[in-house]
Design a protein around this ligand. Sequence first.
Ligand SMILES: [Zn+2]
Length: 401
Amino acid sequence: MRRALIGLSIVAVAVPVVGLMGAEMLVASAAMGSAEAAMVPICADLGYQVDPLGLPPAVPTGGRVSGFGPDEDEQVSVAQAIVAAGRAAGVPERGLVVAVATALQESGLRNLDHGDRDSLGVFQQRPSQGWGTPTDLQDVTIAARAFFGGSESPHHDPATGRTEPRGLLDVDGWEQMSITAAAQSVQRSGFPDAYADHEDRAQVIVSGILGTPGSVDPTGLGSYRAEGTDATTLAADGVDVEAFCSSAFERRASIAMSTITSMGSLGAWGGHQNGRIPHDELTALTWAPSHRLRPDAAAALEALNVEYRAVFGRNLTITDSYRTYAQQVALKAAKPRLAATPGTSQHGWAVAVDLGGGVQSFGTPQHAWMVTNGPHHGWHPPAWAQASGSKPEPWHFEFGN
Ligand SMILES: [Zn+2]
């Protein structure tokens, strides 16, 4: 519903926005949705709660294969196996893109050992629906051969010439179908629209693996970051920015502004020493009570979590929060390259968290949402932790200024 609203309302402003962004930006981003993406940080600054699920996901950059982030080696291996299986079965490039887009939607290109009901593996195929044994479905090559179908499918019967369940090659006219229709004809998913969201990234990935120039810019300009346009410039050019934002996004709860004005600062507080803060001066998070933070940081994260849950349907995943001095010493011993010098970490001041649930990877909707919306509650990625920083840590966020 929200998605349809964005699609409709962008029509009204798409022309002036594109005009301002310039022809080179149009050529560079190529994909639809770049104008929407440009509006996201602008609306966020105006106090709207932006919803990246209504936009095409960003194309990650910085990894060894285009279309992937630097910490996605598992996903690269999975994509390479899918492409190899498709090539062996004679599948043309378009079919490889359908398969990778499907895998991005179903598993994030991970070989999952779990899923909805008995779903398993990269494509979340179900043994009870005849897709194969659990062991086979956890083999990316076998799972991919089943997805592609045809004579290379493990379910092909040479006696009858039939393949059941049918794969992509067994669907008449799949080459002329949209990504969504082609994927849906194989997967029969309850959420078919979602496949198309991954088309741009899937094309970048397949082109990168095949070594062909992609039809989509691989620099990730379709991401949610600002693209050189601001609200003042747009307004001067006659764009009703407020009208666009209010039609596309809901206004952020007013709690956010009061949290920001009462926001504390990073570093020492309360006369305490780093990592030696009394237990009862910290506040436990309601949804993750083993994690404690300075009270203002905890209150701000509670408010941020309400918004996050409204968008993603689940709480923020907290993997680390306050760290005692002893824990910092232990962590430094275990991870000498990654961990801060004991006594210097913002974790020791109870104003830093490490997040999972998708936030831990650059380029995910969850990470992009945190970067855009966290600062409205005083939570931000420090410069050193950003993709361009000295020690990129997508999972690390700090409270205060
Ligand atoms: Zn951290």
